[in-house]
Design a protein. Structure first.
Ligand code: HEC
Length: 151
């Protein structure tokens, strides 16, 4: 049997097209899993810095610099997980996020700005500056959770 090249090409196109369609359709539960994972990773990187700032853990400049640099990058990641239709399911995200998306985005931008500053300041090794900037960063987490995350 001779299958024409055109038929093969056409079926390849169909396969390529349909897999594109599948990739574009992000399921709400996957978006929820994604953003919660990013938040969990941020928390993992953030917590030890809090312990160092409070004096519960010895200050380690290298760890501080590394974690702050990770946080600067991580802070760019959660927003894309808040897709339309992902306000229901295994989530603590409040519906206000989608009603006030500009404000929510502003909160994410604030987090990005403050973690970028934290990464800068950590390189100085100056505990006074580090402490102050850690506080500013923590405030952005809390402010957004107070407004947009249920308990
Ligand atoms: C602009 C908003 C915003 C900022 C800033 C923010 N968060 Fe969140 N965070 C959320 C929302 C919304 C949720 C709930 C996500 C869900 O359940 O779908 C969340 C959830 C979490 C969770 C729970 C994850 C889980 O598995 O349920 C942790 C931990 C967390 N955030 C840590 C942090 C830390 C640490 C920071 C600051 C370094 C931070 N967040 C900054 C909005 C924010």
């Amino acid at each position: 049997m001779k299958v024409s090249v055109n038929v093969i090409l056409a079926s390849l196109l169909v396969v390529a097209f349909s897999s594109n369609v599948i990739a574009d359709e992000v399921k709400p539960e996957d978006a929820i899993k994604y953003r919660k994972s990013v938040m969990t990773v941020m928390n993992w990187q953030f917590k030890p810095l809090g312990a160092m700032v409070k004096g519960d853990r010895p200050f380690d400049k290298d760890v501080f610099i590394k974690n702050a640099a990770y946080l600067e990058v991580l802070s760019k990641m959660p927003l894309e997980g808040f897709i339309a239709g992902s306000d229901k399911g295994e989530t603590k995200a409040k519906p206000e996020i989608w009603a006030e998306m500009e404000k929510f985005k502003g909160g994410m931008e604030k987090l990005q700005a403050e973690t970028a500053k934290l990464a800068q300041v950590s390189k100085t090794g100056d505990m006074n500056q580090i402490k102050a900037q850690f506080g500013e960063t923590g405030k952005t987490c809390k402010a957004c959770h107070d407004n947009f995350k249920s308990k």
